[in-house]
Design a protein around this ligand. Sequence first.
Ligand SMILES: [Zn+2]
Length: 324
Amino acid sequence: MRTRKLFFLVFVLALFACSKGKNAAASSAGAASTSAASTDASNLPPDSVPAPTFNANRAMQYVKEIVSFGPRPIGSENHKKVENYILSHLKGDDVEQDSFNVHPTEGTFPVHNIIAKFPGTRNGIIVIASHYDTNWPLRNTSYIGANDGASSSALLLEIANQLRGNKLDGYSVWLLWDDAEESMKLPWDDPESLYGVRHLAQKWQDDGTLKKIKAFILEDMVGDADLNIEHDTNSTPWLEDLIFKAATRLGYQSHFFARSMAVTDDHMAFLQRGVPSADLIDFDYGYNDVFWHTTDDTVDKLSPKSLEIVGTVTLDTVHLLNQR
Ligand SMILES: [Zn+2]
């Protein structure tokens, strides 16, 4: 109950995105299989298409490599290294880079959104996003963000592997590694908040891209071995329904939507502009959230199975979006 009370407080304070905890040590999911791309096809209705594939071991390796750079605040050498790391995995892909400076009270800092575009046969775009920065420079203690930043960024790298190759049979999918999420201040729409997505949403509104976006799916803190994705009441209801339908089709519904809460995160800038948006986030990370934004946010708390669950549900949601 203390955990729930804390959640309530988090709400009341309109505290932001990223995560919260659960007792990973007591988790039944914690033992998670490390097999690659192994969604149980027997869960699927007989007339349905096969489950998406997702290499969980490879995704977990990406998490470890991102974390190896250390804390990744904007403007730091480590941040530059992870930028280059992401770009090195996107060689040959159609990549848009959105770079600009922000000028908070602490000084001037570079912000760098990275977008990889995988074209489809159908007119319209599905955006899947994750922030890749960690702590705000000068304000917080340093942490390496295995779950908060690395897990979702690694998940997108593996999704890129699955999308790369032939033209997609459906909407185009754009993967967005957005930046400076951790610059947040309260409230969420403070000018010194969620810099990367706010800049990109405005840019895409100005250049006409925004109206082509059919759905914006955000991933944040998706690697917890004790995976419990929240039902986010800020997210677009029909898109949440579609995500749950995908989770159910794959037999993973027990990891989704046991609790409802309003999450403020990188999807808000798109929601506010009328883009159907959803946040896949496990806001409960370590008992009483002790791993969140601390040096305890380390790889040993994560499971490749959790990455596989969220990765395949995301890809199956894309499939369902293409059927609408
Ligand atoms: Zn965070």
